[in-house]
Design a protein around this ligand. Structure first.
Ligand SMILES: [Zn+2]
Length: 318
């Protein structure tokens, strides 16, 4: 283990650098285990399980899931590139480069790092970068939207949307899902508190994320087509639970991407990114009050963005 002064110096260096880096630039934690690509959009994408580093001096985790979510790091970078092309803005990215056999940042510390001090520090850096990214987004836009990006290997090739409700909970009736118990446990709590739509409508109605993603060509659940996910289904984990806190103006979800036709090839990752951009644009406009570029109104994504000078977009009455 490194001496304490070294660790403190490293943490201080991270803090100083984060303030100096411009959007699109990367900040790294110790030994480059965690990367934060600084952004300026209201969107934060975290990639917990796409890392490939397996340093020999760090023992494998003895228990827990140790498989990589293949190509999710590449998927996140492609998404950020497509969003940058469409908006000129930069999504915040937080990427864990350590392989999941060494660290699982989507777990509580004990299971995540299993007592290794170096790994514990990387875990803290990962979550501190997410906090920093979300705080920046909140400061600039009023609200942060966090996507914790994963890949699943379930038989049904659909995108699983984790709002912290499992399949059993989603099988509950609409009235129950609209009650405070479910709303308070939901990663969408902030939106529920600021939207005329109900929790159930946001989970699986025609203006839900699932509906919008399906309209852009990617099967998803929960959605109007599949309001109750077939099992197995991932509900969302530690990261979304810890960071999507309504009182801090942070909302979002866990996205579990299927592999075939989505993240298996560079071409398919690009197709998904090009479907996700209009999905986020429609979703942000409907539920956050601004487009993915953070501007009101939100009709400037895509080719039109280049033909419209800044500041000339008419602002609709509130
Ligand atoms: Zn995962």
């Amino acid at each position: 283990m490194k001496p304490l002064p070294f660790l403190l110096a490293t943490l201080m260096a991270v803090t100083v650098l984060a303030e100096d880096v411009t959007p699109g630039g990367s900040i790294f934690g110790q030994r480059q285990f965690i990367e934060y690509v600084k952004g300026d959009l209201p969107l934060v994408i975290a990639v917990p399980h796409g890392g490939r580093l397996q340093p020999g001096d760090i023992p494998d985790r003895a228990t827990g899931v140790r498989d990589i979510d293949a190509n999710t790091q590449e998927l996140a970078r492609t998404i950020a590139e497509v969003i940058h092309e469409g908006t000129r803005g930069q999504a915040h990215l937080v990427i864990c480069h350590l392989h999941r056999s060494k660290l699982d940042v989507n777990r509580e510390l004990a299971e995540a790092a299993q007592g290794n001090a170096l790994v514990e520090q990387a875990w803290r850096e990962h979550h501190e970068f997410i906090e920093q990214a979300c705080a920046t987004a909140v400061k600039q836009h009023g609200v942060a939207f966090l996507i914790d990006l994963h890949g699943h290997g379930h038989a049904d090739p659909r995108v699983e949307l984790g709002y912290l409700h499992n399949a059993l909970a989603l099988a509950d009736c609409d009235e129950a899902l609209n009650e405070a118990t479910y709303v308070h446990a939901s990663s969408l709590r902030w939106i529920v508190e600021h939207s005329p739509l109900s929790h159930v409508e946001l989970l699986r109605g025609p203006r839900s994320f699932g509906a919008m993603l399906e309209a852009n060509g990617f099967p998803a659940t929960p959605s109007p087509r599949m309001p109750v996910p077939t099992e197995p289904f991932f509900r969302g984990g530690y990261t979304v639970q810890r960071h999507c806190v309504a009182s801090r103006n942070i909302t979002g979800l866990q996205i579990e991407a299927n592999r075939p036709r989505l993240r298996d090839t560079a071409e398919n990752r690009l197709k998904f990114a090009r479907a996700l951009l209009p999905t986020l644009q429609t979703y942000f406009t409907a539920h956050l009050g601004f487009g993915i570029d953070g501007r009101k109104p939100a009709a400037t994504v895509g080719p039109m963005a280049n033909s419209q000078p800044e500041g000339t977009v008419p602002v609709p009455a509130q």
